[in-house]
Ligand binder design. Structure first.
Ligand code: HEC
Length: 135
């Protein structure tokens, strides 16, 4: 019994490690182009091809610092991208990436591994956005 749960824990840790490593190799920029540019635009000006079809304004993501007294609002950005914490009551127009990323890895890495994978992706995206701020 004890042994079995040890094996399970080891398997989970291994899966999480593999997922984290794979994730680290994927740059935030590549992720951004994949998942965000369609709406927010390749230069994050809020002018992606999908923006025209949205019922709400798609914001530029270059002004996040400027709109926050010159400080990049890292935690808030993480929560907004993740979408599961309900920070700022994001409208349905902005996809819930935390759930989506987690789903990609759920079968391969289980509940814990896929959570780590999802958080890593959200974090990579947030770091990338920090590098493209207008000031
Ligand atoms: C389907 C279109 C769409 C996609 C794809 C999309 N977004 Fe958004 N995003 C929006 C809309 C619309 C808003 C404004 C929502 C609101 O105000 O409720 C928004 C808001 C945001 C905000 C808050 C900006 C601010 O000034 O408050 C951030 C940060 C953000 N998105 C990041 C991302 C990231 C990172 C991705 C890719 C993982 C992404 N978005 C993908 C449509 C999209």
């Amino acid at each position: 019994m004890r042994f079995a749960s040890f094996i399970t824990a080891a398997a989970l840790t291994g899966a999480a490690f593999t997922a984290t490593t794979a994730m680290a190799e994927e740059s935030g920029q590549a992720l951004y182009m994949d998942a965000c540019a369609s709406c927010h635009g390749t230069a994050a000006m809020g002018d992606g091809p999908m923006a025209a079809f949205m019922s709400v304004n798609v914001p530029s993501l270059q002004d996040l610092s400027q709109n926050n007294d010159g400080v990049f609002p890292m935690l808030e950005v993480i929560h907004i991208i993740d979408g599961r914490t309900g920070v700022r009551g994001h409208g349905s127009e902005m996809p819930v990436w935390g759930r989506q990323f987690k789903g990609e890895m759920l079968d391969a890495a289980g509940i814990y591994g896929s959570e780590i994978y999802a958080r890593g992706k959200v974090l990579s995206l947030a770091y990338y956005l920090e590098t493209i701020q207008s000031e």
